[in-house]
Design a protein around this ligand. Structure first.
Ligand code: SF4
Length: 365
């Protein structure tokens, strides 16, 4: 049921007043998802909150958490004359160790932006003498489509399509955050879209093992205000429960059909996250049955040397240890036009959001 403008305004006022009433002590809430970070800024939610409520961004921007090692491998593939790279657009500008996909494209590499991994199969059919490497980056939300593409490639007998998988799972990253002694989080706004696929079950450890409240939250301004309100309501009464604010989209069991496709093609694997290093079981690798679609196995490259950008503190931003403005590059040597690190590139990146919408709060003046 859609609310009228007047009903939305009334509900927003109710939640905002409730937040102010409940925020009697300083609390630090993590919005795990980059889409939440952007919505929070766009809607001016930070300005609505009392100073006792601090919102900190988490590792929920897929491009940001993809390490340079992956980008450098993609760049190395793009330099091969018999390879076409297919990728979502936001990967293009991310700086690797000494280049970016955009720079390689400008030099003549065949890199094509796709809006769905399925487009890679059309490109594969149209270019039988080339090998198509799809850069599979994203969380639980995007991985099922990549898995469905592998299944279609198999059904259609396409042999020149490969996947360079950097898919990641959110719950193991939250475990890594909660294991970090320096991180202090009093509550989590959980990403509604990934829970749409996984269901609630993988997130119960947050409330049951760590006694930290968590709210699965949608992406409208009112959703986020309600999410913050529901967290504060729990914190003020000493509760730690997993609450589903986004019930109009998220079912407790998630999407079993999408998970079946995912489980058929991928299996959990250790994965490297920018700023975290290896997180056990946090990635998705192709299962043995679909190994022939694995770019790394089918198209070996040899050792690719990688290094993170000097002075970039993206890793600490992603772990919720510092705010973007704490990085000395922020807004000076690192801007969306001239990004130093991945967090300034993606529209979902915390540094990019703070730069674009920070409204002077990041100013060094
Ligand atoms: S401002 Fe730039 S250099 Fe600093 S942490 Fe963010 S992306 Fe990295």
């Amino acid at each position: 049921m859609r609310l009228t403008t007047e009903e939305t305004a009334r509900a927003a006022r109710f939640f905002a007043e409730g937040i102010h009433r409940l925020a009697s002590r300083p609390v630090r809430l993590m919005e795990v998802c980059g889409t939440h970070t952007v919505s929070i800024f766009r809607a001016g939610i930070r300005q609505l909150l009392p100073p006792t409520v601090e919102l900190v961004s988490g590792p929920g921007c897929p491009v940001c958490v993809t390490p340079n090692e992956y980008l450098d491998t993609a760049i190395a593939y793009s330099r091969c004359s018999d390879i076409i790279i297919t990728t979502f657009g936001d990967m293009l500008k991310v700086p690797g160790s000494d280049s970016s996909l955009m720079a390689e494209k400008a030099k003549g590499a065949d890199i094509r932006i796709v809006y769905s991994p399925l487009e890679s199969l059309t490109i594969a059919r149209e270019n039988p003498n080339k090998k198509i490497v799809f850069l599979a980056v994203g969380f639980e939300t995007t991985a099922p489509t990549a898995a469905a593409t592998v299944l279609q490639a198999e059904q259609q007998g396409i042999t020149n399509f490969f996947v360079l998988s950097a898919h990641k799972l959110v719950p193991p990253a939250l475990k890594a955050i909660l294991a970090e002694p320096k991180t202090k989080v009093d509550g989590f706004l959980l990403p509604g879209h990934t829970v749409t696929i996984s269901g609630l079950e993988p997130y119960y450890f947050v409330t049951q093992e760590h006694a930290i409240p968590a709210v699965v939250t949608g992406f409208e301004a009112l959703d986020i205000l309600q999410g913050v309100y529901l967290l504060l309501e729990q914190i003020s009464t000493g509760k730690a429960e997993l609450v589903n604010q986004y019930r109009r989209v998220v079912k407790p069991e998630g999407n079993p059909a999408a998970r079946r496709i995912l489980d058929k093609v991928y299996q959990p694997d250790n994965a490297v996250w920018r700023g975290f290093g290896v997180i056990a079981g946090s990635g998705l690798a192709l299962t043995a049955v679909y190994q022939r679609f694995d770019a790394k196995a089918a198209l070996p490259l040899g050792k690719v040397e990688s290094r993170e950008p000097a002075g970039c503190r993206c890793g600490e931003v992603l772990r919720g240890l510092i705010m973007p403005a704490d990085c000395p590059h922020f807004g000076l040597s690192c801007t969306p036009e001239q990004p130093v690190g991945a967090c300034m590139v993606s529209v979902e990146g915390a540094c990019a959001a703070w730069y674009k919408y920070g409204q002077g709060r990041w100013s060094y003046a």
